[in-house]
Write a protein that binds this ligand. Sequence first.
Ligand SMILES: [Zn+2]
Length: 91
Amino acid sequence: MVYIVEINGSKYYACSICRSLFVSEEMAKACEEYCSKNPGSKSPESTRDSIGFINPEGEPQKVYFRVAPLKGCTKTVFRLCRAGVNIYSSC
Ligand SMILES: [Zn+2]
């Protein structure tokens, strides 16, 4: 079951296995299916389409958004979302 992530009234969706964050539920479900069949590895699609990742167990719950790599910086940077975050499982 994918996670639903609410931030300031906007909804995002996250894979419950690798915790990658997506803009659509379909992408999160596809990632979850891949993750359940290929434990420990990430699909190239979800790596490309993911907009960040979540930490639902944290107190408070946290969401990190991917930031476009700066010029000359090859590593992806993540920025912590400081808005009110509500993460829950769909069922
Ligand atoms: Zn996944």
